[in-house]
Write a protein that binds this ligand. Structure first.
Ligand code: FE2
Length: 444
């Protein structure tokens, strides 16, 4: 997508490359077409790898990684992306993040070759919010969304200040300005200020007090695990890679289970699972990666004892997902620590199935060995496999059995997962997101 920004005497060609996350988060690369100098806006941790690949493929010289504000709903990839290209990480002075190369106050101009990108302080959603204007576009972060505005009920947000900021932006910038928001929960890419001015219900509310009243009327749920996300986004403090069953039980009691990703088989899930967790079996993680991306970070990976969760972490890391934690000891440890589960149809656990099949093969091989010595190869092979599984903790027979029809989910119960809703998440569809940055729609 190319745009030309008309400054008083020159036209500057620029490229704007949007990146969308299934959680509704938006990030951007903005590049000066002539010099290829570029900046990144609001990279989600899951998207940092994809952005880095584009920077390399296109030969961009990444100068800045800018965060429009402190994100409370997703892990930021700004630190990782900036470090990869020795780019300058820039945030507003009120953010107080560590490892910041450029502290912004508003009023600065970031230069990318001939392209000027103006920084403007835009408080309201948070006190540290900035927006960027350049290349004929406004990168509005969460201040102004398509058909919506930001919420202002946490992190020092203020609805009256947001009202003032919005009025100022609309007053100062032309209606033709393209709007690239920090979130969109319906898969849209951009809008214009004119379209928002006429169609965005929040911009029809001229009275400041009425705007404040409406914004406070229906606060959406807070992002899951906001405290952990803030520690990561402010200090780069990664949560430990392992979480014990006892810690999980305490977390579920406190915050619910929206960020648990259960990778057991469908039959195991139907037998028992943690209410509110999301289920994607290990062997489907790759094709259902967007569903995994919807699970709020940090994602807590759960299986029966912890082994498959470790494999899930390796698979998800390959797919570019970050902020992954494995539940040590799995569901068994969680239950032993007093964690609650909901129960459904009873099935034989995968571990018992392995024991039954391995034992059956050994028995059959030994008996058939009485007929012909050739059949003794069967117990030898099974025995070697069990030793291998014991040493490496990798059980091929278990993974094979997990794919058997009787270990698949039977339907209704298995498809229900997060927050009482049903797993959405085919790419391009509007996923079920709770705890986002948009305000609930105003009363009309
Ligand atoms: Fe936000």
């Amino acid at each position: 997508m190319k745009h030309a920004e008309l400054s008083p005497s020159t036209a500057v060609a620029a490229e704007i490359l949007p990146f969308s996350h299934p959680q509704g988060c938006k990030g951007y690369l903005v590049a000066d077409s002539a010099s290829l100098e570029a900046l990144a806006v609001d990279p989600h941790l899951d998207l940092a790898g994809a952005m880095a690949r584009v920077v390399e493929q296109r030969g961009f010289k990444l100068r800045y990684v800018v965060e429009t504000h402190t994100h409370a709903d997703h892990p930021s990839g700004a630190l990782a992306l900036a470090a990869s290209f020795k780019a300058v990480r820039a945030v507003h002075v009120a953010a107080g993040h560590h490892d910041v190369g450029l502290v912004l106050k508003g009023g600065e101009v970031l230069r990318l070759g001939g392209l000027a990108v103006a920084v403007r302080h835009a408080p309201g959603h948070t006190p540290d919010h900035i927006v960027l204007h350049g290349a004929g576009a406004l990168f509005s972060g969460d201040t102004l969304l398509i058909g919506a505005v930001a919420r202002a009920d946490f992190l020092g947000g203020d609805a009256g200040t947001l009202h003032d900021t919005l009025r100022g932006l609309l007053h100062d910038l032309p209606g033709t300005t393209l709007l690239y928001p920090g979130h969109d929960y319906a898969g849209r890419v951009s809008s214009t200020l004119a379209a928002e001015q006429s169609g965005n219900p929040w911009l029809q509310i001229a009275d400041r007090d009425e705007f404040k009243r409406q914004l406070a009327a229906h606060p959406p749920p807070r992002p899951a695990n906001m405290d952990e996300l803030l520690r990561f986004n402010r200090q780069g403090e990664l949560p430990p890679p392992l979480l014990s069953g006892g810690e999980l039980a305490a977390l579920v009691g406190q915050n619910g289970a929206a960020n648990i990703l259960d990778v057991r088989t469908g039959a195991e899930w139907e037998t028992e699972h943690i209410q509110g967790s999301r289920w994607i079996p290990l062997d489907e993680l790759e094709k259902r990666a967007d569903e995994a991306r919807i699970v709020p970070a940090p994602r807590l990976l759960l299986c029966r004892t912890g082994n498959r969760a470790q494999m899930a972490r390796a698979s998800l890391e390959k797919l570019g997902l970050g902020a992954l934690r494995v539940i040590e000891g799995g569901l068994e440890s969680y239950k032993a620590s007093g964690g609650l589960v909901v129960r459904g149809r009873q099935t034989i656990s995968l571990e018992r199935q392995v024991r039954i099949v391995a034992g059956g093969l050994v028995l059959a091989g030994a008996l058939l060995g009485l007929v012909h010595a050739f059949f003794l190869a069967i117990p030898i092979f099974v025995g070697a496999g069990l030793v291998f599984a014991g040493i490496t903790d990798f059980c091929g027979m278990g993974l094979l059995l997990a794919r058997m029809p009787w270990n698949r989910a039977t339907g209704a119960q298995a498809s229900c997962s997060t927050g009482g809703g049903c797993a959405a998440a085919t790419p391009g569809s509007a996923p079920e997101i709770s705890g986002g940055c948009a305000a609930s729609p105003p009363d009309r």
